[in-house]
Design a protein around this ligand. Structure first.
Ligand SMILES: [Zn+2]
Length: 473
């Protein structure tokens, strides 16, 4: 095998990982019984194989997934039977492209028939997603999938020279478990896991001043997380003439990264911003390389364009190669873009793509200055029975309109979910009244870009908010 210079660079980087940090990360993985670093080692070279090998390996994984789905997933067993074919009849990508598309409606309708039946359901973890065009989805993932996802993220980070064991500043929504920890427990946990979490659900100016101080103490080498929060933090530093040293790369995900956001991130952190594309249903879809081009992680996901649609960016069809718990095969997630036949000079032979339309989330500013990332609100509705769709619309500093499209299911459950959501919103800023008006509607209008937005705010949340960035991009 011809060894490419980048592959050697990756190996060198790994060999020189920081001794103490690496030791801690190793230990944490062992304690959690996560073989993330072993998986990372196995996948590190994959992007640097020849284009033919990349395609061949991808198809091998795809065939294995199809065989598994036919054998162990009721929905796919019935599907192959109805088509009068066996999974092994699919011998190339053209054959594969003839399989029917998996839509969100099918997932909602078939739900349990899409889950593998050869392992107990209790061993799988349920998850929820808003997706990008509305209507929450429930799906399952296994522990192995989570490990592979982490390893895939680590491989993305290695592109900027990050080495396992170096501290990651992670901007991601908190959860009850995290909030319940004592300060001491939180700090120790973040330190040994080598991932320090900053909470976009508490991201006002006072918190961001605290983040800057934290950064100087924990000295992260990379930044990873919500594009809008990282950009707001960068703008906060920038407006004060501050910058932070020693950061090798900023990796944004979960939201589209707009040009002004990229600029302020690169300025404040003095490093390149890498736009990554993933979703909760299908993680690790693609990541930008050092040349600024987006490569599909071909060993994780098969990305196709939906050929049935007209001109302009086409909806993607995604097949997750690692999720055997609830296989998503030719899943249309309603993000749009292009696949490119070109190759990139960076040495990575994974195929290139361009993302045109993807999810955006607003940040909400409340009385007293607390800023809450839109994902906070989306989470309030996950798992709600009887809710077909929803939107949180902040119309004033102290007012939110919650629009609900009722769906089939339990009305009691729906009312309870709404009451809980209102309670949680009102606890955002204790002592200050925030009105929540609930409206039951038949439909929620799409944005001018034709996308459903779970959250929107008319209140500017400070410099480089998503709204500002969107207008100027
Ligand atoms: Zn590249």
């Amino acid at each position: 095998m011809v060894e490419h210079k980048n592959s050697r660079a990756v190996r060198r980087a790994r060999d020189r990982g920081p001794f103490f940090g690496r030791l801690l990360l190793d230990l944490t993985c062992r304690l959690r019984r996560f073989d993330t670093l072993q998986v990372l080692e196995k996948i590190e070279e994959a992007p640097f194989l020849s284009p033919e090998q990349v395609r061949e390996n991808q198809f091998k994984k795809l065939s294995a997934l199809l065989g598994h789905a036919e054998a162990h997933v009721p929905y796919y067993r019935a599907l192959f039977r109805s088509l009068g074919i066996r999974s092994q009849d699919i011998r190339n990508m053209d054959d594969f492209a003839k399989l029917p598309i998996l839509t969100k409606d099918i997932i909602r309708e078939k739900q349990t028939e899409l889950v593998r039946e050869d392992v107990p359901l209790a061993t799988l973890k349920p998850h929820f997603s808003g997706g990008s065009t509305g209507v929450p989805l429930k799906f399952y993932r296994s522990r192995g999938y989570m490990v592979a996802s982490d390893a895939g993220s680590y491989r993305n980070l290695e592109q900027c020279g990050w080495r396992p064991g170096e501290m990651i500043a992670f901007f991601w929504g908190g959860n009850d478990k995290l909030y319940a920890m004592s300060r001491w427990e939180f700090e120790v946990r973040q330190f040994i896991r080598r991932t320090y979490q900053f909470d976009p659900f508490h991201s006002g100016e006072a918190e961001m001043a605290g983040w800057a101080e934290r950064f100087r103490k924990i000295r992260p080498r990379v930044i990873l997380g919500y594009a809008s929060t990282i950009a707001r933090f960068a703008a906060f530093l920038d407006s004060r003439g501050q910058s932070l040293d020693g950061i090798k790369g900023a990796f944004t995900t979960a939201e589209k990264l707009y040009r002004p956001q990229r600029e302020v991130i690169e300025r404040a952190f003095g490093c390149k911003a890498f736009d990554c594309y993933g979703s909760s249903e299908v993680q690790n879809i693609a990541a930008e390389c050092a040349e600024g081009r987006m490569h599909v992680n071909a060993d994780y996901v098969v990305v196709e364009e939906d050929q049935a649609t007209g001109d302009g960016p086409r909806p993607f069809l995604l097949t997750s190669l690692w999720n055997w718990s609830m296989p998503f095969i030719r899943y249309r997630n309603e993000d749009c873009g292009y696949l490119s036949p070109e190759s990139c000079s960076c040495g990575n032979h994974f195929p290139l793509m361009r993302l045109e339309i993807a999810r955006t989330s607003d940040n909400f500013l409340f009385p007293g200055g607390r800023v809450v990332h839109g994902e906070f609100f989306t989470h309030l509705m996950y798992g709600g029975d009887g809710i077909a769709n929803f939107q949180f619309h902040q119309t004033a500093l102290d007012e939110i309109i919650l629009s609900i499209v009722p769906g089939p299911g339990n009305t009691e459950e729906r009312q309870k979910k709404i009451r809980d959501a209102i309670r949680q919103i009102q606890s955002i800023c204790p002592g200050q009244a925030v009105r929540v008006e609930v409206r039951e509607v038949d439909m929620i209008p799409l944005s001018s870009a034709g996308k459903h937005r779970f959250t929107r705010s008319d209140v500017p949340s400070g410099s480089a908010s998503t709204t500002v960035a969107e207008m100027s991009s």
